[in-house]
Design a binder for this molecule. Structure first.
Ligand code: C2E
Ligand code: MG
Ligand code: MG
Length: 578
């Protein structure tokens, strides 16, 4: 080959390499550009053209200031990185940049200095669109750290925040506080109105909580209807810090007590709040959460809708409760429940019927009173199988009595927990127990309480009508202690009101209680309902009630709740003297 042929071959080789390089340069998905040391574009690839919305020919020779909104001084600052002793420095940045399509993109930019033999001649820029990737990452972080329903931090994030709060408290010795907020009767709302309504309430609660705390505090949702508030940087003085936490807690209580509007209907919901204070790392995180939980349970037990602070004595109480829950699970299987029967009499002392009252004979602890175990049975939903058992036993008795002429007239009142009544199949359950035992529905009375009316009153009233249509009597227990509105009272197909024993107990010494008793009696008369007073312990009380117009009584004055055989001995008419 002569030299011109060699030159031509070399030329062909070089230009084919150049063509290859250009093809690569053009097909890259990244934005690529090359600028001289003044920030003037020397070249760029088609991706870059597309992003900027101009052709290479219009870009070359210009700086960022001319073609985009970026400031050229930014570029000149970048150049400072490429000092002679830092020749191969790489600058990586993220730019939020508007594309020619008007959309905002997140670009990952890397800028590499290009040198010839002796000096820096320009900077090669490479930009990758990481918008989607970052959005996906954020979505994952959100899922991991935030509650999807309310957008609040979740359990994982709040644990981190508590840890940080403890750290901050260690450094500046300020106190912090943890508030655990649980919505009262939320399960019932969810069960009766549906999950969608429940979700709406939770969102509204979340929205109300955030303005109740300061910027530095955290509001989180850690599960179903449980929220946590972390208060930081309270006073260094314990009492003062306590007062600050209490003030915020009470404000939260008041805010969450305001009526809610869900689906254009006003709805009431209240919270039970448990709080605990912390300073530094004196208690560990799990312990703190447990303390707040104990205080919250205490609030529930004390009648809900309140704020209580943890104190160490609660721990014993809770150990007992945990034990009781475990024991209660075994009680039905172990046949540890029995029923006592308490007479209900008329004006002349004649026994019209009785109320069946549950008793728990614990193998180690002996007799446990219903007030101590029914709330636990309700909280654990064990009241459902227990209540079913009570109903079966009661109806079995009714059926047996119906076959004895001297007992056949007796009615039997059974207490029904709100949770039990709200079960979808409650009506079917009652009907099937009546059918299986052969008891007469006309002798069965169900004692309901006003706590039933927490939600979905329409459905509840409809269920009452179904029961009434079967001939079953409905009695409203502990009347006067709840807050049923007169409108509801009028619409419920009740047969009877039971005056709560607290009023009976105090009516002879308190004018207020006496007037409540009188009001309930005249209310029942006006509404065509029967009325019975419970907790009648002496003749004076019986006489007062009788004069006020209450003709039926239940109480120790006549008989205590008795085991079946003793009750029957009491209820059977005495044999005629020979
Ligand atoms: P309650 O339905 O209001 O029952 C009346 C309570 O008053 C009974 O308490 C009864 O022993 C008591 N009592 C009756 N007469 C007098 C009296 O003259 N003086 C005093 N001081 N007390 C009197 P008990 O048996 O301890 O039951 C407490 C509550 O436990 C009941 O109140 C009821 O709400 C609940 N309970 C009892 N048995 C059952 C049951 O089978 N199912 C459900 N869900 N709850 C039940
Ligand atoms: Mg009762
Ligand atoms: Mg009662």
């Amino acid at each position: 080959m002569n030299s011109s042929e060699e030159m031509f071959a070399l030329y062909q080789q070089v230009s084919s390499q150049k063509a290859h390089l250009q093809a690569i340069f053009k097909s890259l998905k990244e934005l690529i550009w090359f600028k001289d040391i003044n920030g003037v574009y020397l070249t760029c690839n088609p991706m870059f053209e597309r992003f900027v919305g101009e052709l290479e020919a219009d870009i070359v020779g210009k700086t960022d200031e001319v073609i985009q909104t970026r400031d050229n001084t930014e570029f000149l600052n970048v150049l400072k990185h490429y000092t002679s002793d830092n020749k191969h420095a790489h600058v990586r940045e993220e730019w939020l940049q508007c594309g020619s399509d008007g959309k905002r993109y997140l670009l990952e930019i890397s800028m590499t200095p290009v040198h010839d033999a002796s000096q820096l001649i320009g900077v090669l820029g490479l930009g990758r669109d990481i918008t989607e990737k970052r959005l996906a990452e954020n979505r994952i972080t959100n899922l991991a750290y935030f509650d999807t329903l309310t957008g609040l931090p979740n359990r994982t994030l709040v644990r981190e925040r508590i840890e940080q709060a403890m750290q901050a408290s260690t450094q500046d010795h300020s106190f912090g506080a943890l508030l655990l907020i649980d919505l009262d009767h939320f399960k019932m709302l969810n069960d009766t109105l549906g999950h969608e309504m429940g979700d709406r309430l939770l969102k509204q609660v979340a929205r109300r909580l955030t303005p109740c705390v300061r910027q530095s505090d955290t509001v989180a949702r850690i599960g179903g209807d449980e929220f946590v508030v972390v208060l930081t940087h309270l006073s260094k003085d314990k009492n003062e810090a306590n007062a600050q936490a209490k003030e915020i807690g009470l404000n939260i209580l008041a805010c969450l007590n305001q009526p809610y509007v869900i689906n254009e209907l006003a709805h009431r919901s209240t919270p039970s709040i448990g709080a605990t204070m912390f300073q530094g790392h004196q208690a560990d995180l799990d312990n703190l959460l447990k303390q707040a939980e104990l205080a919250m349970y205490k609030t529930k037990e004390g009648g809900r809708n309140n704020l209580l602070f943890f104190d160490p004595s609660l721990e014993n109480a809770v150990m007992e409760r945990v034990q009781m829950e475990a024991d209660l699970r075994l009680a039905l299987l172990g046949k540890q429940f029995l029923l006592h029967y308490q007479a209900q009499t008329d004006e002349n002392g004649g026994i019209k019927g009785c109320e069946v009252l549950l008793r728990w004979q614990h193998p180690q602890r002996g007799f446990i009173a219903p007030v101590d175990f029914i709330p636990v049975a309700e909280a654990t939903r064990l009241i459902l199988p227990i209540g079913e058992w009570v109903l079966e036993q009661a109806c079995t008795q009714l059926a047996a009595w119906s076959r004895e002429p001297e007992l056949a007239h007796l009615t039997l009142s059974v207490n029904v927990s709100a949770l039990q009544f709200l079960q979808r199949d409650f009506f079917d359950q009652v009907v099937s127990v009546l059918t299986l035992t052969g008891a007469s529905p006309h002798r069965l009375k169900l004692e309901l309480t006003e706590s039933l009316l927490v939600a979905n009153v329409e459905e509840i009233i409809a269920k009452m009508h179904l029961l009434k249509a079967q001939g079953i009597g409905l009695s409203l227990d502990d009347f006067g202690t709840g807050y049923s509105s007169l409108t509801y009272l009028k619409r419920m197909p009740l047969e009877q009101l039971k005056i709560d024993r607290s009023f009976v107990n105090d009516m002879l010494t308190s004018a207020n209680d006496a007037s409540i008793v009188n009001t309930i009696i005249s209310l029942s008369k006006n509404m065509g309902l029967r009325v019975i007073a419970e907790g009648v312990e002496n003749e004076a009380q019986r006489n007062f009630l009788n004069q006020a117009g209450c003709p039926e009584y239940q109480g120790y004055f006549y008989s205590k709740p008795l085991p079946l055989d003793q009750f029957l001995a009491f209820a059977r008419p005495a044999p005629a003297m020979a």
